[in-house]
Design a protein around this ligand. Structure first.
Ligand code: SAH
Ligand code: SF4
Length: 349
């Protein structure tokens, strides 16, 4: 059992050698629970059409500078089959938030096709924002295995400052509970280093994840975007990037030490701050990478934050680049395995 005080102490570490000891401790927990292994999720950025207006996000509804797109069903399925053929093991379908009967039916059909064409051999995570229970149920029945919805921050007051009034913290929590109830592997997470966020908030974030019973964690640094209300006056200085990166790595390490057997992603946002950001994430306790498998043509229009890496690379290049990054730190990719959360599997038995 770790106390809040211990977590706060770990998050407060500044000294380089003490930090290295923290990452090492977390990596040892990861080795004991998971081994020297990394799971892949091919990320499909399905659409940047969004009904929400989160103050921090580059594809928020009111950002008129972004050309909006939505992949056709055939394009999504093609991406999924590409990933399957190359032994990715699982994919994530992510998009802005659209809630409609038409959208719900569209996703259901895409899921059924992917599951059928891969003989249920590909794990599928959805990350489509807050959705009504009946849609979630429909997608679960159509074969979706996991759902990723970040709480963004577990501090309701801070949540209120980051979102317009009609974006409700309590509804988001309810949605997370519904996802769990429906038997999805539940993923959540937060943005790290938000303006106004304290280390105590981050401790509460870890407790929130623990309490809600997460199977997987997707969290990463907040990175300002010029064309958003929150990011318009912030500069991405070297100092700022270094601070955001270190804080994110500390959070990954604490999450690994506290929650032990969950899947934790080294998110792409880490690499926006540091060329070796994702490798550093893995060495601080993460065990999942999410290579982008969206066609290069769309990548520029899906910039949640500035400095997004891999905008020009195609999916084959991303695949090669990642395998060599993983090898460089002495780990091995679990090709062809779905990489289900060990935490989820244990709780099924
Ligand atoms: N619309 C869905 C999925 C796409 S957004 C949803 O909101 O759940 C995916 C994640 O991107 C969000 O949960 C948020 O944490 C992250 N994000 C958005 N803007 C960001 C920024 N400026 N910096 C870092 N992460 C950001
Ligand atoms: Fe839409 Fe998600 Fe961005 Fe919020 S974070 S504006 S819901 S895409």
């Amino acid at each position: 059992m770790m106390t809040d005080r211990e977590l706060l102490e770990l998050l407060s570490i500044e000294d380089g050698s003490v930090l290295d000891a923290l990452y090492k401790r977390a990596y040892e927990v990861k080795l004991a629970e998971i081994g020297r292994k990394v799971s892949l999720r091919g990320l499909i950025e399905m659409s940047n059409i969004c009904r929400k207006n989160c103050y921090y996000c580059g594809i928020r509804r009111d950002n008129g500078l972004v050309p909006r797109y939505m992949l056709a069903a055939g394009e999504i399925i093609e991406c999924a089959l590409w990933a399957h053929k190359r032994q990715y093991g699982s994919i994530v379908i992510q998009s802005g938030e659209v809630v409609s009967e038409e959208f719900s039916a569209f996703i259901e059909n895409v899921l059924r096709e992917i599951k059928e064409l891969t003989n249920d051999g590909l794990g599928v995570t959805l990350s489509l924002g807050e959705q009504p229970c009946d849609y979630l149920k429909r997608w679960r029945e159509a074969g979706a295995d996991r759902y990723l919805l970040r709480i963004e921050t577990s501090n309701p007051e801070l949540y209120r400052k980051l979102h317009p009034v009609d974006h409700s913290f309590s509804e988001r929590v309810e949605c997370l509970k519904a996802i769990k109830e429906l038997g999805f592997q539940l993923g959540t997470g937060v943005m790290i280093g938000l303006p106004g966020q304290t280390l105590d908030d981050l401790v509460s974030d870890l407790r929130f994840m623990e309490k809600i019973g997460v199977d997987m964690i997707g969290m990463g640094p907040y990175i300002p975007h010029d064309d958003t209300p929150l990011g318009k006056d912030s500069a991405l200085s070297g100092d700022f990037s270094a601070r955001q990166l270190t804080l994110s790595l500390k959070m990954i390490a604490c999450a690994r030490i506290l929650l032990k057997d969950v899947n934790i992603a080294a998110t792409t946002a880490l690499q926006a701050l540091d060329e070796k950001g994702r490798e550093k994430g893995l060495l601080a306790g993460a065990n999942v990478l999410m290579p982008n498998i969206t066609s290069t043509a769309y990548r520029k229009s899906y910039q949640l934050y500035k400095n997004k890496p891999c905008l020009e690379e195609n999916s084959d290049q991303c695949r090669l680049c990642l395998s060599s990054r993983v090898k460089s730190i002495g780990e091995e990719i679990l090709w062809g395995e779905r990489g289900d959360s060990p935490h989820y599997k244990k709780n099924l038995n």
